[in-house]
Design a protein around this ligand. Structure first.
Ligand code: HEC
Length: 174
């Protein structure tokens, strides 16, 4: 299925969207390309307090990063996304759904200062934004409380259902 899907991705977007796993009308920007070796495969904790401490302690330091921060094409301000080895390996073939334990961390910036994070962690095997844990916080203190945290959170799933099993970042990472 993954292979069929990646072939279809070279067809016009509307046709590919209709034939592939992601929902019709989705915006998938994925070109099959091997992930580099040596990416950390740590899975972020899906408890809000533990996750905030993990983020503040740079738990994603070994993830594969985008080369630089850039304006978000969504609502996220200036951002830089990092993915763990499991998600990178899955994106390498533009697979969908991604395996349980796939994770993305997006750094949020206010000018030059890191101001928070948006996180998604695949918690269930089935495809779609409802099968991820979602988290967003606008404070970098290790004990800050996140306004958004939860499995299949409505605030996040609307936009993210349009991605490749809810992942919207372009692959290969830029
Ligand atoms: C209005 C649409 C929209 C909403 C709502 C939204 N996002 Fe996103 N998100 C995007 C887009 C578009 C990207 C692609 C990269 C970018 O930011 O340019 C993205 C990227 C991400 C990424 C990086 C991995 C990926 O999928 O590319 C994470 C993590 C993320 N969002 C988390 C969240 C969380 C958590 C919420 C809810 C609190 C949320 N997003 C709500 C549009 C949205």
């Amino acid at each position: 299925m993954a292979r069929l899907c990646s072939l279809l991705l070279v067809l016009p977007a509307a046709l590919a969207a209709a034939a592939c796993d992601p929902a019709p009308g989705s915006e998938v920007d994925c070109t099959p390309a091997a992930a580099p070796d040596g990416i950390d495969d740590d899975v972020p904790p899906v408890d809000p307090a533990a996750l905030q401490a993990w983020l503040a302690a740079d738990g994603y330091a070994g993830y594969l990063p985008e080369s630089a921060r850039h304006p978000s094409s969504g609502p996220h301000g200036a951002v830089r996304t990092f993915v763990n080895a499991r998600l990178a390996g899955s994106l390498a073939t533009c697979a969908s759904p991604h395996p349980v334990g796939s994770a993305a961390v997006k750094e949020l910036y206010d000018g030059d200062a890191l101001s928070g994070w948006a996180v998604m962690v695949k918690t269930e095997a089935a495809q779609g934004a409802g099968h991820w844990y979602w988290y967003e916080v606008f404070d970098t203190a290790p004990d800050a409380e996140a306004p958004y945290a939860g499995q299949g959170l409505d605030t996040c799933t609307g936009c993210h259902d349009g991605g490749l099993d809810a992942v919207r970042v372009a692959w290969p990472l830029r």
